[in-house]
Write a protein that binds this ligand. Sequence first.
Ligand SMILES: *Cc1c(COP(=O)(O)O)cnc(C)c1O
Length: 374
Amino acid sequence: MFPLKNQTQAFLPRIEISLFQIQENARRLTKLYGQNGIALMGVTKAVLGEPDIARAMIKGGARFIADSRIENIQRMKKAEVSTRFVLLRTPPSQAEVIVKNADISLNTELETLKKLSFYARKHNKNHQVIIMVELGDLREGVLPCSLSQFIRETLPLANIEIIGIGCNLACHGGIKPNNKKMTELSELTAILEREFELKLEIISGGNSANYDWYKSSKNIGRINNLRLGESILLGLETANRSKISGLHTGAFKLIAEVIESKKKPSLPYGETCQDAFGNTPGFLDRGMRERGIISLGRQDVQVSGIFPEKQLAILGASSDHIIFDNGNHEFNTGDEVRFDLDYSGLLAAMTSPFIHKKIIDPCNNYERHQTSGN
Ligand SMILES: *Cc1c(COP(=O)(O)O)cnc(C)c1O
């Protein structure tokens, strides 16, 4: 809807994106995980497959680009992003468009694999799959006790090639990827390879929550792949949401505009009723306060996922307004307010068609600056 190119106008609200920081994060993570032979998939779903961001991840060393939506992969392909594309979840109704656009997909259902096989044959393509194994987080995955049978039934499917297995933790059940879980995945790999006399190319151990496991484990077993979104984009590991040392955490800033700034009572007055979302709010009387409104609301962001750079207190939010107490800061109508974002804030803000996306710096050109080291 809105172009994502370098805009000179001050479009508001907007997200400012530092490709340099994203590329640097990818580069440092590639180096860290690469020391023990782990290759990275850069995950672009939180940024709707923004092609420039995918390219920054690739320049930083990501060997694959993974996304949960085939539409985002189509967008990147159209923009001529060149990589191996991985689809993170596989709706059967999209089987045809998936085999046409994704090189690899993650799978857990035989019926879906049969559909992929049918369309892969129709389009004379070879479609590669990674079978996801359930290790306790209880989102997607084939149960380990059914895995052999599952592989046995998948192997004969025409034009489908099993290239690996993987698991996903810390998403639904809050189960930590630790040594025990990763060892289990390695052991399952060995069992399958022995039983079916095959070689699995990709053992994908997880996501941005795997950082602690990697840093603390002396033996990473057969794990040779991770799928990273939040670590690359926001510089965080996600088991405890702590900052990964040496990474940039401010690649994205949300900027909104003050549309009202006035001194008002802090206590609403009149007969009370429900607010815009069916709640009956309570307020503390703090006397007359300087308050502001910005033109951004629940339709654009998850308000709990945005953090003002200056110390402002967000008092509430409706569909299109966020109301804040100015604290000790002075604001005038038209002033810009800047916010940091967590993953939920980033996800929603990147998805809002009302928020402009502005790239503020280019990728680094390592062809020319190859010698600069770390
Ligand atoms: C979203 C997703 C990821 C990336 O997760 P991050 O926490 O952003 O690194 C990895 N794998 C799967 C299957 C996903 O859906």
